[in-house]
Design a binder for this molecule. Structure first.
Ligand SMILES: Nc1ncnc2c1ncn2[C@@H]1O[C@H](COP(=O)(O)OP(=O)(O)O)[C@@H](O)[C@H]1O
Ligand SMILES: [Mg+2]
Length: 190
């Protein structure tokens, strides 16, 4: 299925001058850039993107707890309050410097982009993934430093969140559908 996904190159990617390197990885895989801009996230946009959504807050908290438990460290704080704390940190972080927002299009783009991006914790992300190749941050280092994990990228995790997140960052007329020459081979009708 041909889908679209939202990718953000977060402030750490822009500050470390990794924008070209990262976009190249999506392009060379074959995905089509249909939206792209450098922008400053207002607090309002940051708050919409990292929505105050119960299931997302819980899942962020639970992922954090699991990563500590895997190291034999018990975390008393409940998942929801971890999620709320991280959301606040992310909203501050994402609006501290310009970011690059992209809409990518292609067959199964949402899942494949997350494979290219790699694990949330760069210290666990496989070599060959963006996070594995360009970062080494961890849950522990981020938490003791009171900041979000610096993992360079946000990528939508489902069709539902992609649709919502694209709407947060792009007006309809900022997305540009076009035909690429390789599509006749890729999406040929049998
Ligand atoms: N325990 C944590 N401490 C600091 N930052 C975190 C923590 N958990 C998540 N984050 C940050 O929140 C972002 C959103 O979390 P999540 O959606 O679970 O990961 P992903 O970006 O891989 O989809 C992560 O990319 C990371 O920057
Ligand atoms: Mg996520």
């Amino acid at each position: 299925m041909i889908d679209r996904t939202l990718v953000l190159l977060k402030p750490d990617a822009v500050q470390r001058a990794l924008v070209g390197e990262i976009i190249q990885r999506f392009e060379r895989t074959g995905f089509k850039v249909v939206g792209m801009k450098l922008c400053y996230a207002s607090k309002e946009t940051a708050g919409k993107h990292y929505a105050d959504d119960e299931s997302w807050l819980k899942s962020v908290g639970e992922k954090t707890k699991k990563s500590y438990e895997a190291k034999g460290i018990a975390v008393k704080e409940d998942a929801m309050s971890i999620g709320k704390r991280i959301r606040q940190q992310l909203m501050d972080f994402i609006s501290m410097s310009p970011i690059v927002a992209l809409v990518l299009e292609g067959h199964d783009v949402i899942g494949k982009v997350r494979v290219i991006v790699g694990d949330t914790a760069p210290n666990k992300a496989a070599p060959g993934t963006i996070r594995g190749d360009f970062a080494f941050d961890s849950y522990g280092l981020a938490d003791t430093s009171g900041r979000p994990i610096q993992n360079l990228i946000h990528a939508s995790d489902s069709q539902e969140s992609a649709k919502r997140e694209i709407g947060v960052w792009f007006k309809p007329d900022e997305i540009h559908p076009y035909q690429r020459v390789d599509e006749a081979l890729l999406y040929r009708k049998t």
